[in-house]
Design a protein around this ligand. Structure first.
Ligand code: 3LM
Length: 402
């Protein structure tokens, strides 16, 4: 039954266990520890000879339901929940790489992933090269005998560059490297990297998976022995454990994931088309636009273009800031994938961790603005953008007239 479920059904049903009291909604196992019938039972569980919960850092039934659901959706053997998206990213990097290993990752990554790879990993003797994954020959050229892993996001935070994941997976396989994709912007409903040959898929569940802006969480989907390494080295010993209550909130949020993604994508597409045609906007970054270099991967790699877009205005820094400050319905806040539309300035917010030269090399301009299209009626969002852009288009019309 499970493998035949459509994704829209799987977000509601996959990995559910029949609850002994018959409750439709799975209970929250809000307990730090679990009672053993006798010493032999406890010892057998610790030795891995008997299944069953021990202690929530080592596993929890509510968290396990979320993990089974995500594994099913991503097509992985299993999944491990973490306390944040960054705990998931660091679990993969610190759990699977050792001193002397070399990592190749994209030049543009979420800001804290960038600081983790560029500032923290070298402290542990892990070497890192950042390359633009649009140029796979450059990625190939960066491979050394000590290279172990490739890491990228697609679409990338914050400017939505898209990479050919099947080609990345093929390169990784050929060079016997582990490929890792952060699939946060897509969710498994829009993109399933494992079906393209990628080894490990991770998410910040804080975003679309939960979808309601009230939880910080992460998850890694992987196969075979990797799962055990992540549980043992990263979860048990480093300890960034997902709380059962937060796992339960994500399970609740995920029931509407398919419906929400549909509306996020529709709203983002409408906003992107409007902005692209506006005289005060010089560039819109959204894979759903034909002008986007990764547009051809829509339909094959990506089921839809997602709910995040970015733009550049025909304006200087102060004017760009004033535009953002004029928005009323878009809240000025980092994060994405919430019901509320959000706007933020990557150079000073999500990607402020970058050195200026590295940020420019990553393609993140000083005046880039990122939008997360929420679930509102798009007419209201358009009206908000229109009023905030109006002073800019008036000044450009004036300049044209002069
Ligand atoms: C943001 N991003 O606004 P958490 N991977 C990706 C992400 O976008 C993020 C993480 C991992 C944002 C958060 S910035 C202070 C706010 C692609 C987070 C990390 O640890 O759950 O926040 O996920 O772009």
């Amino acid at each position: 039954m499970a493998s035949k479920m459509h994704p829209e059904t799987a977000v509601i049903h996959a990995g559910r266990l029949r609850e002994p009291q018959g409750s439709l909604v799975s209970p929250i196992y809000q307990s730090a520890t679990f009672v053993f019938d006798d010493v032999q039972t406890g010892s057998a569980r610790f030795a891995g000879e008997q299944s069953g919960p021990i202690y929530t850092r080592l596993g929890n039934p509510t968290v396990a339901e979320f993990e089974r659901r995500m594994a099913h959706l991503e097509g992985a053997d299993g999944a491990v929940g973490f306390a944040s998206g960054m705990a998931a990213v660091s679990a993969v990097l610190l759990g699977l790489l050792s001193s002397g290993d070399h990592l190749i990752c994209n030049t543009c990554l979420y800001g804290c992933t960038h600081s983790l790879v560029s500032e923290q990993l070298p402290r542990f003797g892990i070497e890192v090269t950042q390359v633009d994954f649009a140029d796979l020959e450059a990625v190939r050229a960066a491979i050394r005998p000590s290279t172990k892993m490739l890491l990228l996001e697609s679409p990338v935070n914050p400017h939505l560059a898209v990479y050919d994941l099947a080609a990345v997976a093929a390169l990784a396989r050929e060079a016997q490297l582990v490929s890792v994709v952060d699939n946060t912007f897509m969710t498994p409903l829009l993109q399933r990297p494992k079906s393209l040959g990628i080894d490990i898929v991770l998410h910040s569940a804080t975003k679309y998976l939960n979808g309601h802006g009230d939880v910080i969480a992460g998850v890694v989907c992987a196969d075979g022995d990797t799962l055990e390494l992540l549980r043992h080295r990263s979860l048990k010993d480093i300890g960034g454990v997902l709380s059962p209550h937060d796992a339960w909130l994500i399970l609740r949020g995920m029931k509407t994931l398919a419906l929400r993604m549909e509306r996020h994508c529709l709203n983002a597409q409408t906003l992107a088309e409007f902005l692209e045609s506006h005289p005060a906007v010089t560039r819109v970054y959204y894979p759903g636009l034909e002008s986007h270099p990764g547009h051809h991967l829509l339909g094959s790699q990506m089921g839809a273009a997602g709910g995040v877009l970015a733009l550049e205005l025909d304006a200087d820094f102060e004017q760009a800031v004033a535009f953002v400050n004029r928005l009323k319905l878009f809240s000025i806040a980092v994060s994405l994938g919430d019901a509320e539309s959000l706007v933020q300035h990557p150079a000073s917010m999500t990607h402020a961790t970058y050195q200026v030269e590295d940020r420019h090399r990553a393609g993140i301009g000083d005046t880039l603005i990122r939008l997360s299209a929420g679930l509102e009626n798009v007419a209201d969002l358009l009206a908000d953008l229109r009023q905030a852009l109006a002073p800019l288009s008036q000044s450009s019309t004036l300049e044209e007239a002069l």
